[in-house]
Design a protein around this ligand. Structure first.
Ligand code: ADP
Length: 201
């Protein structure tokens, strides 16, 4: 592989660093914990089965730059993507095998029930699309927390809860779910919150 591609072996399983001020809300499940990673950096570099793409965003630009024009061509055949839906395409020039496209909710003002459900659907439908296609390693960016304005401290809870619940139900279908954080503030947020949603014994 190219030197700047990051294979799964180079993405460590998550383990807590330092103190967490967050109380565990879920029981300790070492088998689940082994399937979780926190990766800080560019999602387009990950050499895994599938990366989720928050469509029509800055990240979307990075994905298309890496994938090349054939991805736009395939996306044009998808017949759009509704908020909360997920659609899979090839990844072309990217090291990942597939891109799972989703569209997060736009938040104006405070988060309502509808926006929360939509964000939950994004994570759930991406995971469901992955497992339906027998894909075992998936990475997520912080969907909706960029230009779409979802408060990151609320979005992280939806992301972690949805993934936790999905893994509890579909343990055998996935090997790794990678939370890909781009901003230092998101890294800190995820480090704290992972201790609550995936507590270590
Ligand atoms: P949205 O429209 O869903 O808000 P954005 O792309 O604006 O999407 O932002 C979503 C998150 O993705 C933000 O936290 C942003 O910092 C992050 N991000 C931007 N570029 C990348 C990248 N190349 N890899 C991973 N995350 C990224």
């Amino acid at each position: 592989y190219r030197i700047d591609f990051i294979p799964l072996e180079k993405i460590p399983v998550w383990s807590p660093s330092g103190d967490s001020s967050c109380k565990p809300q879920y029981k300790v499940d070492e088998e689940l914990n082994k399937k979780i990673s926190l990766f800080s950096g560019d999602i387009t570099k990950l050499e895994i089965d599938a990366i989720a793409n928050a469509g029509e965003s800055r990240m979307d630009g990075a994905i298309h730059r890496g994938a090349g024009p054939l991805l736009r061509k395939e996306c044009a055949t998808l017949n759009g993507c509704e908020t909360g839906e997920a659609k899979i395409t090839g990844a072309y020039g990217l090291p990942a095998k597939y891109v799972i496209h989703t569209v997060g909710p736009i938040v104006h003002g405070s988060v309502g029930e509808r926006e929360e459900q939509a964000l939950r659907n994004c994570y759930y439908n991406c995971l469901h699309t992955a497992t339906k296609n027998h894909l075992r390693t998936v990475a997520f960016p912080c969907i909706s927390t960029g230009v779409y304005g979802y408060p990151p401290d609320q979005a992280v809870k939806v992301a972690l809860r949805t993934v936790r619940e999905y893994l509890e139900q579909n343990h055998e279908k996935l090997d790794r779910v990678i939370f890909c954080v781009f901003l230092k503030s998101d890294k800190e947020l995820y480090e704290t919150m992972l201790s609550a949603y995936f507590p270590q014994g």
